[in-house]
Structure formats: structure tokens, C-alpha cells
Design a protein around this ligand. Structure first.
Ligand code: ATP
Ligand code: MG
Length: 415
């Protein structure tokens, strides 16, 4: 991609209506466009980051054995009436709408009921389980406050997975496998070291706790208490002497931190399957209840978290595996430098290295500043002076380290 062709522009002006660092930087760098509070559109660079995060999530869910599907945003009311959730006062952030004829519909904020309804066409025997389905799809929630950019959207991208098991033993086995897949997702996003499995409220229909995945950051809305040795935490919401004993946590070892919830896994027991009349037949021909689990990851929230946490005073800093491009190529000078840059651009691109080539006729300072604001991991500069020495300047975004490299050295670095 050539910067001259990119329709988005960077901006020096901090958007006056944004207080969150992630939103300010992503908007200034041209990654996202604000439609309204908590509702953002993805521009080319932002979409590339989002797609890279989706790819990691998808790979790990597939590796675990999840089967990808896509449910609908419009949801029929009747299945939610059966589970007593249509008028549940606790589901207070639901967008609802109506057909022309007055029929009420829900706008997807979660999908337990529709999923159970869909799989009921296929699930009837103990032999059918365990299995897991998941989707990566926009969710809609009428959040009261949406001031945190991508961290809290009214329309946002979530991965939600649902498991179906014949008994608790089978369910817990799947559940722990999925937890491992979650760790891999956060590791690959560069958040592994600061993300903790956190005991949290399980909901009213299970005696079990849910597991939140909390990434430690000052901008987090949740308060958690971390046991660093055990690499687990407990959400303040369920901090009680009784729960600490139950979880085997020692109060004196816990350290209080702020966290943002980047994932949440739940034991659903048989609440939804029973209510929607979905059972299975066991080996003896007896009718049995089906145990479900559900597992969310905040995909667009993760993009905001990474943007927020790694940013510095110059702008965004993307980890290499989710960056929109790997290399920002800057050309300074005349015809000779340009010819050389064109050649390098073609060569790197043909090797499968993703290059954003700044071929614009603007001051070098602006090119450097834009490469930093966009957070592209490596900057390669070609100038007449460097060309005379047969060298490229190579700068790492993360630490600003500068080196001069020959052509061979550059190719070795980038491949
Ligand atoms: P929160 O407590 O932050 O409002 P939640 O507990 O209501 O979130 P879940 O229903 O557990 O959210 O959704 C699964 C995941 O989706 C969350 O762990 C979070 O990462 C993400 N998520 C939830 N709400 C939002 C939102 N409004 N904007 C962006 N991501 C969200
Ligand atoms: Mg949650």
C-alpha cells in the first residue's frame, strides 16, 4: 500500500469529544471513525488490525475444536420469553425493535437462546456431545456510558462460543481446554504477562464462579486482587472471607489492581437447554439434561486495550503480529532515492512482507511522525545520502533503536 493512495489522513488535532487515549490515537492515526459515542467504523488501517486480532482468535478457537458459525443480529422474542429473559430487569442494555406489523424483535446482545434453538435441530443423543460452536460478530448493547473508545462500545465485536456437554465431567474438561486457548490468544496479543484468570460472579443459576480474563491497566473499570504466585485474581465484586477460603486464596498475598475485562467464561448449567426443552437420550434410552458453557472474548475491546497499553508519547505501538503493516518505508530525496525505494518496495512486497510505502511529496519530518503515530513496527528510510553509503536506516518503533543496514542485512531482519 502506498501512503499517497491511502484515503485516510493523520491528524495532529486531538478529538475534543474523546477522553480515552485509545480513541484519540486511533482517530488521529486514521484507524477508526466515530459515528457516535461507543460506535466506531473501521478505516483501512484499523480494519487490518481488527482482522489480525480476529485471525488469532479464530485460529485458537479452531485449534481447540470450535466450529465457526454466524448467528443473526435480529432475534425472535419467543425464545427469550421461554427463558424469562425478555422482560428481565437485569438485561437493561438491550436494543429492541419491531417489524412493520408490530412483532417485537431483539437486537443481538448475546446469543444463548438462539444458539440453543439452532442446535436443537441436530442434537439429540449422548453421541452428539461434546461440541462447541462460536462466532465473531457485532454485538449491540445500550451502554449507559461509552467514553472509553473501543474499550466500551454500543456496537462492538465479540467472539462468543457455546459448549454442549452430557455431564459435568465432560463440561469441565471442555471448559479447561478453552481456558488454555484463551491464554494463547492473550499471549499472542502480547498481553499474556499482564492478563489474569480472575474469579468472578457466576450468575444466579450456578454455584460456580465465572472466570474473567482481566488485563491490568490503570484505565480498567474493574478492581481485582491478584495472587502473583498462582497467577490468578479475584474480582472485588465477590471479595469475601467465605469466597477466599473457597478459592484457597490468602488475603495477605493479594495485590489490588485495576483491570479491563477482555474475556469471560461461564458455566451455564442446564438453564437454557432445559428452558428451551432441549434434552438428550443416554445409552439406556433415558432423557437427560444438557450442560452448557459460554465463552466471550472482546475482540474490538482488545484492539483498544493494545492501543492504549502500548502507546507512547509519539503514538500507537503495535505488536508485530497484529500491526496493519510490518514496515513503513520512507523515501527522502530525488530520483535516485525514489527509484531505489520503488525497487525495495516491490522486492519486499513480493517476499510477502507487508509494506506501507510513504511515496508522498511531503517533508521527511511528517513521514517520520506519521509512521510513529500509526505505530508500524519497523521503519526503513532511503535517502540520497544513505544510498551513497549503500545503507538503509532501520528504526524499531518500540524502542526507537536506529541501525544502518545493508540490503542483505535488511532482508535478513525482515524475513
Ligand atoms: P462489562 O462488565 O465490561 O460490561 P460484560 O461482563 O457485560 O462486560 P460479557 O457479556 O461477559 O460482558 O461479554 C463478553 C466479553 O465481551 C467481555 O469480557 C468483554 O471483553 C467484551 N465486551 C462486553 N461488553 C463490551 C462493550 N460494551 N464494548 C466492548 N467489549 C465488550
Ligand atoms: Mg463479563
Amino acid at each position: 500500500m502506498r501512503v499517497s493512495k491511502l484515503f485516510t489522513r493523520t491528524s495532529k488535532t486531538v478529538p475534543a469529544d474523546e477522553v480515552a487515549t485509545n480513541a484519540q490515537l486511533l482517530i488521529r492515526a486514521g484507524f477508526i471513525h466515530k459515528e457516535l459515542a461507543g460506535v466506531y467504523a473501521y478505516m483501512p488501517l484499523g480494519l487490518r488490525v481488527l482482522e489480525n486480532i480476529k485471525k488469532i482468535v479464530r485460529e485458537e478457537m479452531n485449534n481447540y475444536g470450535g466450529q465457526e458459525i454466524m448467528m443473526t443480529t435480529l432475534q425472535p422474542k419467543d425464545i427469550w420469553v421461554k427463558t424469562d429473559r425478555w422482560d428481565d430487569a437485569k438485561v437493561d442494555n438491550w436494543f429492541k425493535t419491531k417489524l412493520v406489523n408490530g412483532t417485537e424483535l431483539g437486537v443481538g446482545l448475546t446469543h444463548e437462546e438462539p444458539i440453543v434453538d439452532a442446535v436443537s435441530m441436530y442434537l439429540s443423543s449422548y453421541k452428539d456431545m461434546p461440541f462447541a460452536v462460536y462466532q465473531i460478530q457485532n454485538k449491540f448493547r445500550n451502554e449507559l456510558r461509552a467514553k472509553s473508545g473501543l474499550l466500551r462500545g454500543r456496537e462492538f465485536l465479540m467472539k462468543d462460543m457455546y459448549t454442549f456437554s452430557r455431564d459435568q465431567a465432560q463440561h469441565l474438561e471442555e471448559y479447561e481446554k478453552i481456558i488454555l486457548a484463551y491464554y494463547r490468544v492473550y499471549d499472542r496479543l502480547g498481553l499474556g504477562a499482564i492478563t489474569y484468570r480472575t474469579y468472578a460472579d457466576g450468575g444466579i443459576f450456578t454455584p460456580r464462579f465465572s472466570d474473567e480474563f482481566q488485563t491490568v491497566t490503570e484505565v480498567g473499570e474493574d478492581t481485582i486482587y491478584i495472587d502473583e504466585e498462582k497467577r490468578v485474581a479475584i474480582n472485588e465484586e465477590i471479595m469475601s472471607d467465605e469466597n477466599l477460603v473457597k478459592l484457597g486464596l490468602d488475603k495477605t498475598k493479594l495485590v489490588k489492581k485495576k483491570g479491563v475485562e477482555v474475556g469471560n467464561t461461564f458455566h451455564l448449567e442446564t438453564k437454557y437447554t432445559d428452558a428451551l426443552d432441549l434434552y438428550y437420550t443416554d445409552e439406556k434410552g433415558d432423557k437427560q439434561s444438557i450442560i452448557m458453557g459460554c465463552y466471550g472474548i472482546g475482540v474490538s475491546r482488545l484492539m483498544g486495550v493494545v492501543a492504549e497499553i502500548f502507546a507512547d508519547d509519539k503514538g500507537l505501538v503495535w505488536p508485530e503480529n497484529i500491526a496493519p503493516f510490518k514496515v513503513y518505508l520512507v523515501v527522502i530525496g530525488g530520483e535516485e532515492a525514489t527509484a531505489s525505494a520503488e525497487k525495495l518496495y516491490a522486492e519486499l512486497t513480493s517476499r510477502g512482507i507487508e509494506v506501507l510505502y510513504d511515496d508522498r511529496d511531503v517533508r521527511p519530518g511528517q513521514k517520520f511522525a506519521d509512521s510513529e503515530l500509526m505505530g508500524i513496527p519497523y521503519r526503513v528510510t532511503i535517502s540520497d545520502r544513505l544510498l551513497a553509503d549503500e545503507k538503509y536506516e532501520y528504526v524499531t518503533r518500540k524502542d526507537g533503536q536506529k541501525t544502518l543496514l545493508t540490503h542483505e542485512q535488511l532482508l535478513a531482519k525482515l524475513s
